[in-house]
Design a protein around this ligand. Structure first.
Ligand code: SF4
Length: 882
């Protein structure tokens, strides 16, 4: 019997199990020690889930054009509009854009309504943006979109290749599992293949910092090397693989010097990597967005699958290629057919499949062909071909490439319905109908993680206001369109049972088989624990039998893309450690902002110098599509000519922060996955007329015409602003109110510092500096909002902006124990030379462990105080210690 309600984290594809308990009025959330994905561990995001609950900011009632309505009116309006569009323009004029945040049951019902009853396949998902290239590659190579391994393989491998995957930030619990496995097995080797030196490189024995887009050169070169060195598994190839002859011919003669030149790597490093791969049978290659989000995404994945098939390293303990998913249910969505390119249950649109699925659903019609992929779908909205669009649980006005065009597509669309849990985001602002969906913790169903493990998400909170589960909302619209009988689900267990039955329909059909017995009854479904599919299969294809017609895997020659456009800088995008997607949930937790509280652009020192940019300066990142503003973070971990910008910022948190606005809508031609890793941009300094720091207890609206970003901090909000034109008169009214004022002003210089206190408590603070003058580190000042009363030392230091000794300074490195960078550096200067010593002194790094790579980096970067034994009485700088 569990001590709490077992459920699953809603964030990333690791799919960590959680236990939820009520402690008085509080909800307490901990890692589930029995869940095989995390064995009790959580990262900072998962560990702060309890702080994201609560009604603030929720969409609680259906609305039509901003007016609150009841469910019947909202659902009837949606059903009627959809029916009219179908009558006037046909089923292709309707589209659904759904999300990897949906549960499998929600996905199933949406897919069934669109493909079987409306009769179009125009349902696509935001998983298109992260997973469609590996899905297409696996479909081709294995005959079905299946990940052949499991998380234990990452621990059991003697060689781990981490390709385009900053695991330390994006999948922290898996990173910890790999790091611990390496500690236990000193012979284990880790190679990171990534154009950036990320936190994950702290685990690496070798970092191949290759040029962006050169992955195919590297893996094709490896294949040729393996052939040359007699390291191919010819028995496996001859018995279980097709297409290897042409594939090997295509890479013939590719030498190490050529690979090194194409990838911009040292020959010695390429040779060392090839040798390591050749001599280590237990190899797992994990690949993620760095591979997937390129115009050659499918071929990149195939190049990796090719080397694993050629060496028979698949489906064996510690040996497989492993595509890691970003979202909590990207996999579940693919299983039911949530991508426009699949019909249902991993089936394509063949006549036999269409006939069988239509009969199973008893549907009046069935989609005749694949629908529009995400980018094309929004282009069709823009062109007026799609007249009615239903967006569920995603924010495409931020997350899609050419986000401004997506915005204008939504603005022109006749009828936009958005189902979401929040009352406001960039996409909801453009909706005609808003439908309040049940949030995580309120809804019930299943999700599938990256290792094909199906886990239950369970409700532990009542539905707030009029919020309803997505499957219910979709079924009610279906009923009002006249399809009630096929959508009369009493609960999610009946949907799962129907989905499982569909997967088992045809003996000649795909290999995927779900076990319907877990949903045989409501009780069985409620009790279901995490389990992998196909039933009991931790690994697939180890027997050499694949899901293709002839049971053989397929290799395919893949060619690198011709060298791309060289003008400007190459823009890479991705996640920061403690945020998730467009921050609609993590953005509610103050401590999750403390690690990266601003939109930043990471720039190599050479490029920064060339553009005249200093650390902390504001800069435009611009191209023909538009521009965004970000703070410069100078990093030697960037390759020269390449910059990195996080993907999370949007209009709720920053002016001009949406990086999607400057990503061209270039996609892989097969998968339709956009290339988020290779936009070309220019970097230009912003010369502000003034800069300001604003701390308030309540949210305030920044004045128009300036740059700003706003984040929650404990006890209030922190805004940083920069004016492009002179004039700061709009700022002081933002801190107006009753109370005691402290003020320091130099009007001639345009410098102002003022604070308002009420009964000794800081209520608001405003610092304005002219031009590029530096404002004080905001960490300590912002921490004062959380104090009941300021003491004398704080009041004296307040307007100076100088923290007293021991006060927090710099970014928060350890989110679990609230340890900021300043304290860590101080401890290192005072003699802490190992992570263990930092853990003992500060507790830093003893929680989720996501900060451990950064602790290691700080130890390397921070000079420690010289040993007293070598110190001269007058100082330490004149003594030669030798
Ligand atoms: Fe959630 Fe973190 Fe686990 Fe991902 S690694 S599922 S975000 S707790």
């Amino acid at each position: 019997m569990k001590d709490g309600i077992a459920t699953t984290c809603p964030y990333c594809g690791v799919g960590c199990g959680l236990l939820v308990r009520r402690v008085g009025e509080r909800v307490e959330i901990t890692g589930d020690p029995d869940h095989p994905a995390n064995r009790g561990r959580l990262c900072a995001k998962g560990a702060s889930l309890a702080e994201t609950l609560g009604p603030e900011g929720r969409l609680l009632y259906p609305e039509i054009r901003g007016e609150r309505v009841d469910w019947d009116k909202a659902l009837s309006t949606v059903a009627r509009q959809f029916a009219e569009v179908v009558d006037r323009h046909g089923p292709e004029a309707i589209a659904f854009y759904v999300s990897g945040q949906l549960l499998t049951e929600d996905y199933y019902v949406a897919n069934k309504l669109m493909k079987g009853f409306i009769g179009s396949a125009n349902i696509d998902t935001n998983s298109r943006l992260c997973m469609s290239s590996p899905a297409a590659a696996q479909q081709f190579a294995f005959g079905e979109d299946l990940v052949p391994g499991c998380y234990e393989d990452l621990e059991q491998a003697d060689l781990l290749l981490l390709v385009g995957w900053n695991a330390a930030f994006t999948h922290p619990v898996l990173y910890r599992r790999m790091a611990e496995a390496k500690e236990k097995n000193p012979g284990k080797r880790v190679v990171v293949i990534d154009p950036r030196r990320t936190a994950t490189c702290e685990l690496a024995d070798l970092h191949l910092q290759l040029s962006p887009g050169s992955d195919i050169w590297l893996f094709n070169g490896l294949l040729e090397y393996l052939k040359r060195e007699g390291r191919l598994d010819w028995t496996f190839l001859e018995n279980h693989v097709r297409g290897f002859g042409a594939t090997l011919d295509a890479v013939s003669g590719l030498s190490i010097p050529e690979v090194a030149r194409r990838c911009d790597l040292r020959e010695a490093d390429v040779a060392a990597f090839f040798r390591l791969f050749a001599t280590t049978p237990r190899t797992v290659t994990v690949f993620s967005q760095g591979i997937n989000q390129q115009v050659t995404g499918v071929d990149n994945c195939l190049a990796i699958l090719n080397v694993h098939l050629a060496t028979g390293r698949i489906g064996k303990p510690g040996a497989c290629p492993f595509s890691i998913t970003g979202q909590p249910n990207a996999m579940g969505g693919r299983e039911v057919g949530g991508l426009a390119t699949q019909l249902a249950a991993h089936r394509d649109f063949s006549a036999a499949n269409r006939q069988q699925v239509q009969a199973f659903w008893q549907a009046p019609r069935i989609a005749a062909r694949p629908g529009l992929k995400a980018v094309d779908l929004f282009e069709a909205v823009h062109a007026g071909k799609i007249k009615a669009l239903w967006i569920m649980a995603t924010n495409p006005a931020v997350s899609l490439p050419e986000a401004e065009r997506v915005r204008s597509a939504l603005a022109r669309c006749e009828f936009v319905v958005v189902s979401d849990v929040v009352a406001d985001n960039d996409t909801l602002r453009l909706a005609h109908v808003r439908l309040p969906a049940a949030a995580w913790g309120e809804k019930d169903g299943t999700v599938t993680n990256s290792e094909r493990r199906i886990s239950r998400q369970r409700a532990f909170l009542p539905l707030p206001g009029q919020a309803r589960p997505d499957w219910w909302i979709i079924s009610q619209v279906a009923a009002r369109m006249g399809f009630g009988q096929a959508f009369a689900y009493p609960g999610p267990h009946t949907i799962f049972r129907e989905h499982a039955a569909l997967t088992a329909l045809s003996p000649a059909g795909p290999r995927l088989r779900l076990d319907p017995s877990i949903a045989a009854s409501r009780e069985a479904y409620d009790l279901a624990g995490p389990h992998q599919w196909p039933a009991g299969a931790a690994r697939l294809f180890g027997d050499g039998r694949f899901a293709t017609d002839d049971g053989r895997a397929r290799m395919k020659p893949v060619a690198p893309a011709p060298a791309g456009e060289a003008a400007g800088l190459c823009l890479n995008t991705g996640r920061v450690r403690d945020q998730w997607h467009t921050m609609t949930r993590t953005g509610r937790v103050a401590r999750l902002f403390a690690h990266t509280p601003e939109p930043v652009v990471s720039v190599h020192p050479r490029d920064a110098a060339r553009a005249g940019l200093k650390e902390g300066a504001w800069a435009w990142v611009a191209n023909r599509l538009g521009r965004i503003a970000a703070r410069v973070q100078i990093s030697a971990g960037q390759r020269p000519g390449e910059i990195f910008v996080p993907m999370h910022w949007n209009d709720l948190f920053a002016a001009a922060g949406r990086v999607g606005a400057i990503i061209p809508a270039c996609c892989d031609p097969t998968s339709g996955q956009p290339a988020f890793k290779a936009a070309r941009v220019e970097l230009d300094p912003i010369t502000p007329a003034w800069q300001a720091l604003l701390l308030t207890r309540h949210p305030v609206t920044p004045p128009a015409g300036c740059l700003w970003h706003r984040v929650p901090v404990p006890g209030g909000y922190r805004l940083q602003l920069a004016g492009l034109a002179k004039g700061t008169a709009a700022l002081p009214p933002l801190v107006a109110g009753r109370g005691e004022w402290l003020r320091l002003e130099d009007p001639a210089q345009g410098r102002l510092r003022l604070a308002r206190l009420v009964e000794g408590r800081l209520e608001a603070l405003l610092f304005i500096e002219p031009g590029q003058g530096r404002l004080p580190d905001p960490t300590w000042l912002a921490s004062l909002l959380d104090r009941e009363k300021l003491d004398t030392a704080d009041r004296l230091a307040l307007l100076r902006g100088e923290p007293p000794e021991g006060a927090p300074q710099g970014r928060l490195i350890c989110a679990c124990h609230g340890v900021a960078e300043g304290r860590i550096r101080e401890a290192i200067r005072n003699g802490a030379t190992t992570v263990i010593e930092l853990q003992a002194r500060l507790n830093a790094g003893t929680g989720c462990g996501a900060c451990l790579p950064e602790l290691k980096r700080l130890i390397t970067e921070t000079p420690s105080a010289p040993s007293p034994a070598f110190c001269h009485p007058q100082g330490c700088d004149t003594i030669d210690g030798s």
